[in-house]
Design a protein around this ligand. Structure first.
Ligand code: NAP
Length: 250
């Protein structure tokens, strides 16, 4: 559906869930995808799936909460293909569930480190690379919880709200350089982040919060993400795009 030939893309958190779906769709649309996640073997499984489908990809293990790793990831992408054009700062964690007055301090720091600082560190090195390439596009994976609260998830909600501010500001700063930066806000999506620790009854309860009557799929989030990265979205920058089955329309 999209044409990403001659484009190099970094996707973080790409070994699972939404990131994996985005990596597969970008590669199917012609991009060279740097599949990045914590575990190299997990990255390589996604790379193998892309190569099996005649796509182009390479794996690179990086912790998004480590700025040196974020820089090394961008250098790797440039060394592999000569330039970086696209990035999806997608890696994220749920964190502990507790009220703000009882929230574990180490859990707070970890969630902010991965879900907020990780997006900043990513852009900190992706943007100069895209300037070297003559332009580019970035999608930062926020959440519906970037615009509304959710009891028990103050660190996650705070980090995702902050990702919107970071996205808007960076988009203003780099529009003239030909770099578009947007945020995506998924509703609850059936990925390991959601399903690995929750009973079916809880998942059914989450599904019922979406007027559309179900949770979403990684492919539905990927479709929006790839659209925003594509030339079809050439006048879209600095904005937040929901894919949430009407969750936030209520
Ligand atoms: P997922 O299936 O758990 O995938 C996330 C991937 O990121 C995992 O492979 C995870 O590795 C990796 N990761 C975790 N910490 C990392 C770090 N510090 N550096 C690099 N990689 C790291 O989750 P998902 O549901 O696809 O979530 C992707 C993004 O969408 C997140 O930003 C999440 O907040 C957002 N989102 C998800 C939902 C949802 O309902 N699923 C809704 C709204 C927004 P490990 O498995 O080894 O931890």
């Amino acid at each position: 559906m999209f044409d990403f030939t001659q484009k190099t893309a970094i996707v973080t958190g790409a070994a699972s869930g939404i990131g994996e779906a985005v990596a597969l769709e970008l590669a199917a649309s012609g991009a060279f995808v740097v599949v990045s996640d914590l575990d190299k073997a997990a990255c390589d499984k996604v790379v193998a799936a892309i190569l099996d489908r005649d796509g182009a990809a390479a794996g690179f293990a990086a912790d998004v909460a480590d700025p040196e790793a974020a820089e090394a990831l961008v250098k790797f992408a440039e060394a592999e293909t000569g330039a970086l054009h696209l990035a999806v700062n997608n890696a994220g964690i749920g964190g502990p569930q507790a009220k703000a007055g009882e929230y574990p301090l180490d859990g707070w720091r970890k969630v902010i480190d991965v879900n907020l600082n990780g997006v900043f560190y990513g852009m900190r090195y992706q943007i100069p690379a895209m300037e070297r390439a003559g332009g580019g596009a970035i999608v930062n994976m926020a959440s519906i919880l970037g615009s509304v609260g959710f009891a028990g998830a103050s660190a996650y909600v705070a980090a995702k709200h902050a990702v919107l501010g970071l996205t808007r500001t960076a988009a203003m700063e780099y529009s003239a350089a030909g770099i578009r930066i947007n945020a995506v806000g998924p509703g609850f999506i059936g990925t390991p982040l959601l399903t690995k620790n929750l009973e079916q009854e809880v998942l059914d309860g989450l599904a019922s919060l979406h007027p559309i009557g179900r949770i979403g799929t990684s492919e539905e989030v990927s479709a929006l993400t790839c659209f925003l990265l594509s030339e079809r979205a050439s006048f879209i920058s600095g904005s937040y795009h929901l894919v949430d089955g009407a969750y936030t329309a209520q």
